[in-house]
Design a protein around this ligand. Sequence first.
Ligand SMILES: [Zn+2]
Length: 503
Amino acid sequence: MIRLATFYWDITVVLASLLLLPATCHSQMLAGTAKVDVTDYQAGPVHDPLYVKALVLKQGEVQVAIVTVDAVAIGGIGRLKAGYLSTVRGAIDESLGIPPSNVLVNASHCHGVVRGDTDKLTIKAIKDAMDNLVPVRIGVGLGHEDRVGENRRLLMKNGREIDVRHAYSMPPDLEVAEVGPIDPQIGVLRLDRLSGKPLAVIYNYACHPIQGVPSGANTADITGLASTVIEENLGSEAMAFFLQGCGGDINPVFYKHVDQPRDAVTLGNLLALSTLKAIRSIETKADNRLRWINEKLELPRADLAEKIIQQEQQQLELASSLRGTTLSMKTFLPLVVKYRLADQYPAYYSHRYLHEKKLGREELAALDARNRRDIEAYIGNVEAMEKLTRINTNLRLLRMHQKQNMEAPERTVTVELIGCRIGDFVLTSFPGELTVQIGLNLKDKSPHKNTFVAGYTNGYIYYAPTTKQLANVGGAQEDSDCILAPHWQGIYEQKALEILEQL
Ligand SMILES: [Zn+2]
């Protein structure tokens, strides 16, 4: 009886093993990583190398490649041309059997200079990653970093919005009423080897990596520098993949400082430390969920004619507002210092003013009145000129995009959206510069706790600000460097949520 029971038990175990074994083998999540230096060393001095990095994931029959590159964009602007993505995808489909739809390429949006043959180097990185596949455990965590970025849109007391750029001057301090939000969240995916040693980390954060280094040399900037610090600290040849988030209106802090060198290193260290803190808190586990969705969406193109007319009108008004004064820069500067320094007696010592008063003359007072009038007029002219620099810059962008939109054969632009789930890590992507509020909206409405959004992915259609931001009359780069009609936001967010719900 006992023997019979043991026999049946043994048979059951053997049968179960036969049934489960192939499934277990196939369902084990495998991951491989590789990176290739894509710095253009011919383009001038280099502070730190720029990389293309590939993470290949394989689960059963599903194979995907997640690629990050220290470049400004995937096509559209910068060194990676329009054919970059299709070249990479074609080669990977042919050699590795990873379908084009399963390749995600995210640009960090750093403004470094990559090699002209980065497409070939990207293909090499993906192939090398495929050669390195090992079983992995997966975990997800959240980091917090609010010292690196700030919203670059300033809400003015007159209701308009102006942004903080090197291309033009800041508005007068007292005209600024409020600043926009940031997203301090760092979304982290950790992949460990079965030994427990880290193999790869993906971290998602929203900020323009455009701080630069003191020498002005080529650099992967805040995010490239952060990745290196993370890799050095994790050891075991772990690779850090930075996925740029909704950083469309997020600048590095102290972006306009003129009294200290531009310092991406310190900001990179802060981002790395906060990411490492999150990485340490993650416990990885066996998790074989790998889902991937790739969909196309049509978004409406803008007609910018009205905006251009408004801007030209403002340009004319500002030019007409310039007033004649006797001052020039040479006389204005010492005069304004004197009149700010000694408000009551700027022209000479007080005794002379008192002496004149005693004699019934007010010659210095009359001189002061005239100078004050001229100083105010001159400052008014300077402020008008500063406004003109903003308008001229943004008007150039508006005209360029109006030409593009009018020449486009369709009134819509096709965008590729990816949704993916890796364990508890859920990501959706967009091929442009989403402003931060859109990322915050999607995170808020997503059914999944750990939802992250990567802009700058699989293409580049310039800035994608909110409908409300687009109602602003061309006063910020994001509103002007945009080909989308204002109602695009609702169409996109609805589609992105549909994708998230399927994950
Ligand atoms: Zn940008």
